[in-house]
Design a protein around this ligand. Structure first.
Ligand code: ZN
Length: 418
């Protein structure tokens, strides 16, 4: 059967004939243009309202700042005093370069192999629908669990989460959710294993200012900005090489385990024949939780001192939260998570997330959060052209949550609860 654009009608009763209704729903959701810079939030909220009513769940919407609404569906547990499970996902997606796509990135085209192409197939509309479909199936079987499960939908993860999760996490409505453990997005894994993330690197964005003696471009002026700049750049980029080497020579390291350094901006100079009074260089650094941040900053100070007098630095962004979520088998949340995966014959690969997600805000308030998008045998294509997910991988993910939610929501009361 071919899926031409003529039958991209949407809805569960799509023209795809014998297509699984969960796949049809996924494709319908993918067609909503929740894409930056002007995401269609109304479409997303309308869709979520419909989902809530289909699932028979109450939905609460909180406008955390103008135009930014967080929606929460709640499936009450039989013992609502216990800490709850939070299933978090973001509704927004990153922009596309349409000319680089094989298919319209908002048509959710499915090829003969069952690969569904659309922005958000991996990041992270798949997970949203998997949560919803898992809950739908559990409810249809009449199941109930002790702990409450919240499905939370945030609007702006892709632009930093500052007007979504970061604000909401300190909102009274969030505290009322009484969250004990959160699941949030992860990354695909091209192999058989599933990757799970228990921490993130801290982004440090800094600019180093190198002042120097100005003068005429025809002379050998001492103490120039450019000489200092060269020293600074060498120090940062030598370190970059060492970290790259460490990553490439160790079997057990992933990107999340090393510090990345990239020189991203360079400023200075006014004319060919004028030696400038200042030159600046900016770096994007991502530092794993295991690194001692104080010592790391001492090293930056040393590099600046070595470059010459008056070389200073300033941060545009300096994250200091090194909280990681326990992946010790003695931890009840992790134990329930990992045992369930084991029972499904899934191999887990524990990693530090190389970039940033909304999980960092959850961990920063002391709550455990695992980044997990159940996609194996899938190339990592988030934010990339031709982002796709195979329908079989997608459907398997629903089954995974069908087991994970009961396991997590049935964890017996822990010390301090009730
Ligand atoms: Zn994402």
């Amino acid at each position: 059967m071919t899926n031409g654009p003529s039958n991209l009608g949407g809805g569960i009763q799509s023209a795809e004939g014998d297509e699984d209704p969960s796949v049809s729903l996924f494709r319908e959701y993918l067609r909503l243009r929740t894409v930056h810079p002007e995401p269609d939030y109304d479409a997303a909220l309308k869709f979520l309202d419909r989902m809530a009513s289909e699932l028979g769940l109450p939905v609460v919407k909180v406008e955390v700042c103008p135009g930014r609404v967080v929606a929460i569906m709640t499936w009450m547990g039989t013992n609502p005093g216990l800490k709850s499970i939070l299933l978090n996902s973001h509704t927004d997606v990153v922009p596309v370069y349409k000319e680089h796509w094989k298919y319209d990135p908002f048509a959710a085209f499915k090829d003969a192999d069952g690969n569904i192409y659309a922005r958000g197939t991996q990041d992270m509309k798949c997970v949203t629908i998997q949560y919803i479909e898992a809950i739908r199936r559990l409810k249809a079987k009449g199941q109930t669990f002790a702990r409450t499960t919240h499905l939370m939908f945030v609007p702006d993860e892709e632009v930093g989460g500052h007007k979504g999760m970061e604000m909401f996490i300190n909102h009274p409505e969030f505290k009322n959710l009484n969250v004990g453990f959160a699941l949030d997005e992860g990354l695909a894994n091209p192999g058989e294993a599933f990757t799970v993330f228990y921490g993130e690197r801290n982004p440090w964005w800094l600019t180093v200012r190198c002042p120097g003696s100005p003068g005429h471009g025809s002379r050998f002026v001492e103490n120039t900005a450019a000489e200092k700049l060269r020293s600074v750049i060498n120090s940062f980029l030598d370190f970059r090489e060492k970290e790259k080497h460490r990553l490439n020579t160790s079997e057990c390291f992933t990107l999340g385990d090393v510090t990345t350094v990239n020189m991203t901006m360079l400023n200075g100079g006014v004319a060919y024949n004028v030696i400038p009074a200042e030159m600046d260089v900016s770096f994007d650094m991502r530092i794993p939780p295991a690194v001692n941040l104080q010592e790391f900053e001492e090293q930056i100070k040393r590099w600046c001192r070595e470059a010459g007098e008056d070389v200073t630095y300033e941060f545009a962004q300096k994250h200091m939260n090194q909280t990681v979520t326990s992946t010790d088998e003695s931890d009840p949340w992790w134990h329930a998570f990992s045992c369930t995966c084991k029972s499904l014959n899934m191999t887990l690969k524990k990693e530090i997330f190389p970039a940033a997600t909304d999980s960092r805000f959850i961990r920063a308030v002391g709550l455990p959060a695992i980044g997990f998008s159940p996609m194996n045998h899938t190339p990592i294509l988030l934010h990339d052209h031709n982002e796709y997910l195979n329908e079989q991988v997608f459907l398997r993910g629903i089954q995974v949550y069908e087991k994970l939610v009961p396991a997590l929501a049935s964890i017996p009361p822990q010390p301090g609860e009730e």
